[in-house]
Design a protein around this ligand. Sequence first.
Ligand code: PBG
Length: 322
Amino acid sequence: MFPASRPRRLRRTPALRELTRETFLRPEAFVYPLFVRKGKGVKSEIASMPGQYHFSPDTIVTEAGAALEDGVRSVLLFGLPDAKDPQGSEAWADDGAVQQATAALKKAFPDLLVMTDVCLCEYTSHGHCGVVEKGGVVNDATLPLLAKAAVSHARAGADLVAPSDMMDGRVAAIREALDFEGLTDTAILSYAAKYASAFYGPFREAAGSTPQFGDRRAYQMDPANVEEAMREIALDIDEGADLVMVKPALAYLDVIRRAKDAFPVPIAAYNVSGEYAMLEAAAARGWLDRERAILETLTSIRRAGASIILTYHAREAARLLR
Ligand code: PBG
């Protein structure tokens, strides 16, 4: 006798498949990362990330407006400074690119959620995410600099600051500085489990943030570890993180799932530049169906347990979901 169960029965028609679908993508849960530098009228394509651009504070408003039209309500800003120095002082300049863009975006679209990446690597001459002494990144001396950057972003109007440096104690330092300035409503999305990954390659070209010596393994996590990710996330929540992130996404879907099951906070996942570039490169050669691959990728991240997805495909995916 043939088995009584025939799972194919529920896959027979589109209506049956939609009736039984378990995972849904929502454009409201996408965050669109954008790169900004000072100036006017800038929109130049990033070679390592086709379809992504460097903007200036005026053109970024146009782009965010188009994203809103597509249904994407959140952006994450990365800044490119005019000049770099060992401390990365443009990171907290009140007239920095991120600060200018944040103010312009909030003025044009008060309801747009503006998030800012808080890190020093784009701003330091050595390309590391903190203060360098004797060839190493010093943890505690870096914290006040990150806090200054976060405060300047929040003052410019950022709804949420996202520290991506992986220094110990930075969430507490940032929370304390924000509260001291009366910026108690500014939320913190911590890059809590951020791995030392090869998949940031295209971003480093886009942000000019490649370390000039060594690598980031003494502060970002070892790709082999998941228990440690749970500890990092627990610490950041304890220090006051409102949301936590796992990064990258695709090679770390198991980490997303573990985080989702273990912690009662929204989990964000960053579908990083290398993941974007791989898909785009294969699609450009006709080796992948681009649109299907985009939605399948994002669905896998959502299915793994991410409530929030940071993705360079945000606009496109939102349009595909219409
Ligand atoms: C800055 C930062 C990086 C990314 C986000 N914030 C690069 C890095 O850590 O080297 C990567 C984003 C991406 O690859 O899309 N610390």
